[in-house]
Design a protein around this ligand. Structure first.
Ligand code: DC
Length: 218
């Protein structure tokens, strides 16, 4: 069966997953959140006290089973059969995930999971390297960017925790952009054939309409 792949990459907190979910629902495709894989793996490693500078072997990775579902507008992620949908968005995971996402063994693990999903389903996938590395032949590619301050404010609202200050989040976002775009393997960068959208001054619906328009016009 011919499957269609839509890649939505971009900086942290630009609304990639919001857009990808809306699109998946609109087109009746499956949805995969690649960042959620890295987050769930990070949670597993933190919970088991496995440091990121340790040698990550296949033996360790084989103990990790991740399942993603997207039904009736609800995304859920299971780590070894536990629902970790909310836990992976916590501050501790956010702070550590870039370090784990740098590791080549972990990237290979996520790469394989995503490729396998695409064999039988049309997918909308969001992440950092979907259009460049995981699915370089994706049918459509989008790259979302935004001003750090605006992204921090949006993330702050999402976290809904007043003890976490906006400027701290902004610094962390900048740091995360830097780690993601300067890492050796699969750095965050726009695929040459990706359509770039600056979301700083756009609403969710405005970004979505741009994406849909682009898909329909191609
Ligand atoms: O999109 P997010 O914030 O949930 O992503 C979590 C982390 O995972 C982020 O630091 C970058 C990393 N990531 C990645 O390296 N490659 C991807 N395809 C997706 C996410």
């Amino acid at each position: 069966m011919d499957t269609v792949i839509i890649a939505i990459d971009g900086q942290a907190s630009t609304g990639k997953s919001t857009q990808a979910k809306k699109l998946a629902e609109n087109l009746k495709y499956d949805y995969r959140d690649s960042g959620a894989y890295y987050r769930a793996i990070t949670l597993y490693f933190l919970d088991n006290n496995i440091k990121f500078d340790l040698n990550i072997t296949d033996k360790i990775l084989h103990k990790i089973n991740i399942k993603q579902t997207y039904e009736e507008g609800q995304f859920r992620i299971y780590l070894n059969d536990y629902d970790v949908t909310d836990k992976i968005r916590g501050h501790k995971v956010s702070l550590n995930v870039s370090n784990f996402a740098k590791k080549k063994e972990i990237r290979k693990f996520v790469f394989n999971q995503l490729r396998k999903s695409s064999e039988s389903n049309s997918l909308v996938v969001d992440g950092r390297d979907i259009g460049t590395v995981v699915f370089p032949n994706a049918d459509f590619k989008f790259f979302l960017v935004g001003k750090p301050k605006i992204r921090a404010e949006r993330r702050h609202k999402q976290i809904n925790d007043d003890s976490v200050k906006v400027d701290i989040i902004e610094e962390e976002i900048k740091q995360r952009d830097k780690t993601d775009s300067t890492r050796e393997i699969a750095p965050l960068k726009k695929a040459v054939d990706a359509f770039k959208i600056d979301v700083s001054n756009l609403t969710i619906n405005e970004v979505f309409n741009k994406i849909l328009q682009k898909i329909k016009s191609d």
